[in-house]
Ligand binder design. Structure first.
Ligand SMILES: *Cc1c(COP(=O)(O)O)cnc(C)c1O
Length: 401
């Protein structure tokens, strides 16, 4: 963390960390929309290329707006180092290229984001990287899957869409004294609600596309660590392979983080109200939200998180047809697989986010045909409830008929 800010508290860092004012004295942050940078002289150019002189060369490597984003996000995750990437998937690809080689093994949680599963199984497998999926909250399964070639434990907590919770300190203990790193995709909670590095994780992955932006505008990602050696490896891949974040997107995310704490608190407040209401509806079989007392991960989530986030999933009576009927009855809620927006969204995971994984992988992740996922936004909660209520009431009526 930039030392000038390290004594400030989290909410101050979200607003102040990472800004370096130019001579113009701008109050908000400038946007450096430039691909390259000029040098004072030929000798200075040579020194920059030789890395003898610190400074920008080319925006594939570094850019001041991107650096501002990186410093702010690193500060919020309680770290010193961050590499921004073009997308969340580019972050996971950068991590994989930097840390894995032929013959290496990953243990990953079964409910991962669908593209992450495809990246590990389809894109990396021709390079000789092997992956084993285990149930997120089953510590014995993680232990039993360990091999001498295991280099990464990779997970999301809480999981999407079923909100299982991983015990991060216990998983960190499993990697101890092994050549193996604990990687947490912290996209759902964001550092406003959970800081995995403080619980023993080695690397945090972000899709900035989600709550760091918060208003569904840009695609981006990041890798955060306290370990300079890991950072150097990530940066080397980034500058050479080029999965770089655009300065414009970095500017949007950087500004987005200024309201992150407020938004995550408001998302969580709306989500618990929706989850509690869903539990009372007769068309609902099960509600998955870590904020509910009845959730298996509730106590662990309380310990690791300062809020429960925006993702509420539930199963309806019936199958795919009933689930789709609820979606198609909405008038306010957006039918989109994206999340992390002030606008509430609804999706049917089995036919969208998790459609590209095999039926076996879906079954292992517990994603049935009657499952729906809502990413609760910041509209008035009564409007969100009424919008879902229409479709759910119809299900009750058609069941009785
Ligand atoms: C969206 C998402 C990703 C991928 O991020 P992109 O920015 O879409 O590439 C990775 N992990 C999780 C948990 C996500 O929700």
């Amino acid at each position: 963390m930039t030392t000038e800010f390290s004594h400030f508290s989290w909410s101050t860092l979200a607003i102040r960390a990472g800004q370096q004012r130019t001579e113009e004295g701008e109050h908000s942050d400038p946007l450096f929309a430039t691909s390259s940078f000029v040098f004072k002289s030929a000798a200075s150019a040579a020194a920059r290329f030789a890395e003898e002189e610190v400074g920008n060369v080319y925006s594939r490597f570094t850019n001041p707006t991107v650096r501002a984003f990186e410093q702010r996000l690193a500060a919020l995750e309680g770290a010193d180092y961050c590499v921004a990437t073009a997308s969340g998937m580019a972050a996971i690809l950068t991590l994989s290229l930097a840390l894995l080689k032929n013959g290496d093994h990953i243990i990953a949680s079964a409910g991962l984001f669908g593209s992450t599963v495809s990246l590990f199984t389809k894109v990396l497998s021709p390079f000789g990287v092997e992956v084993t999926f285990v149930p997120l909250s089953d510590l014995d399964a993680w232990r039993n899957a360990l091999k001498t070639s295991t280099r990464l434990l990779f997970l999301e907590t809480p999981s999407n869409p079923l909100s299982e919770v991983a015990d991060l300190e216990a998983l960190a203990a499993i990697t101890k004294n092994r050549d193996c790193l604990l990687v947490v995709d912290n996209c759902y909670c964001t550092p406003a609600l959970q800081q995995p590095l403080a619980l023993g994780a080695d690397i945090v992955v972000h899709s900035a596309t989600k709550y760091l932006d918060g208003q569904g505008r840009c695609i981006g990602g990041a890798l955060i660590t306290r370990d300079k050696t890991l950072y150097d490896k990530f940066f080397n891949v980034l500058r050479t392979a080029g999965p770089t974040m655009s300065p414009f997107n970095a500017w949007v995310f950087h500004k987005g983080m200024e309201t992150l704490a407020l938004r995550m608190r408001a998302h969580s407040e709306n989500a618990i109200k929706l989850a509690q209401w869903l539990q009372t509806h007769s068309a609902i079989q099960e509600v998955y939200y870590p904020g509910l007392d009845s959730s298996p991960g509730h106590l662990l989530a309380r310990k690791q998180q300062t809020g429960f986030g925006a993702i509420v999933s539930f199963t309806v009576a019936g199958g795919r047809q009933s689930a789709w009927q609820v979606i198609d009855s909405t008038q306010l809620i957006s039918i989109t697989a994206n999340l992390g927006d002030v606008k509430t969204t609804i999706t049917h995971p089995a036919s969208t986010t998790h459609s590209r994984i095999t039926p076996e992988q879906r079954a292992l992740a517990g994603i049935g045909e009657n499952l729906l996922r809502v990413a609760v936004g910041l509209e008035d909660i009564d409007d969100i409830i009424n919008d879902l209520g229409q479709g759910l009431d119809q299900l009750v009526v058609s069941e009785r008929a």
